[in-house]
Write a protein that binds this ligand. Structure first.
Ligand SMILES: Nc1ncnc2c1ncn2[C@@H]1O[C@H](COP(=O)(O)OP(=O)(O)OP(=O)(O)O)[C@@H](O)[C@H]1O
Length: 257
């Protein structure tokens, strides 16, 4: 496993431990994440995948009984220290969930929600952000004539792309995706995977997926978690062709999980 800190490391997770009450959910995780790479997180249900990605923007910080130790260095700053500005962190480290969860407002208002919170008020600027963000997720042509229509009227795949556009609208560096295609049909899934390939030119992406073909298709690095331990993190090709750990091999060959 790679442990040396490389120059283009955007997140350097060092000896992270996390407990939900007595449940020891992440154990001594040391995990560098490199800029403009796609890192896939795989592993059986309950192994800590979602917990790990949610910790990267402290989404789970207010869960009752949660306790963390170790360091998560994001661009050189330990975000587990108290002085972190959470609003700023989440602007820079955006998140997309399993099911597209647009707000019950218009398409336009969904995309401008984050930028407005961060102080963008001018209509022309907001219009520009909406067009760029929707073009980034290849949704612009489908919705440009109905930006004032309710977002909940879009198809599931369109809603998920809108949520990605909403996350991109605040100009993040990192996009966390927690099973972003698990609720989508195969065609919408292909679109999101193509989008990931396009977005990684500009963004660092961490994606949790249960679909091993998807991890193999979209990611540069793959990490295998088991019962809160990071068993193996390596080049995706290596993980899927010649994993170092027998447990990784058993999991990817379908022997458990
Ligand atoms: N909010 C929470 N409060 C208490 N325990 C939690 C919470 N979220 C997760 N856990 C526990 O932490 C452990 C890891 O859960 P997590 O959701 O991170 O796993 P996962 O690998 O993403 O699972 P899945 O693939 O089923 O989504 C599990 O034992 C789970 O029950």
């Amino acid at each position: 496993m790679r442990t040396a800190v490389e120059k283009n490391t955007i997140f350097n997770v060092d000896d992270l431990n996390l407990w939900y009450g007595n449940n020891y959910a992440l154990k001594n995780i040391t995990f560098p994440i490199l800029e403009k790479e796609v890192t896939a997180i795989i592993g059986p249900s309950g192994c800590g995948k979602s917990t790990f990605v949610k910790t990267l923007n402290l989404m789970n910080r207010s869960v009752p009984g949660i306790k963390m130790s170790g360091e998560i260095n994001y661009k050189g700053k330990n975000i587990l220290s108290d002085r972190i500005d959470l609003v700023e962190l989440r602007k820079n480290v955006g998140m997309v969930f399993q099911k597209g969860n647009p707000f019950p407002q218009s398409i336009y208002d969904n995309v401008t929600f984050g930028p407005k919170i961060h102080g963008t008020k001018k209509k022309a600027e907001l219009d520009e952000i909406v067009e760029t963000s929707l073009k980034n997720v290849a949704l612009w042509d489908e919705v440009k004539d109905r930006l004032d229509a309710p977002a909940l009227g879009l198809s599931g795949g369109q809603q998920q792309r809108l949520c990605i556009a909403r996350a991109l609208a605040t100009k993040p560096d990192v996009l966390l995706m927690d099973e972003p295609t698990s609720a989508l049909d195969p065609i919408s899934t292909v679109k999101i995977e193509e989008l990931i390939a396009e977005l990684k030119k500009q963004y660092t992406i961490v994606i949790v997926t249960h679909n091993m073909q998807q991890a193999a298709r979209v990611s540069d690095k793959t990490a295998f978690f088991l019962l809160g331990d990071l068993i193996e993190l390596d080049e995706t090709d290596k993980i899927f062709s010649n994993p170092a750990d027998k447990r990784t091999e058993d999991y990817i060959s379908g022997r458990f999980g």
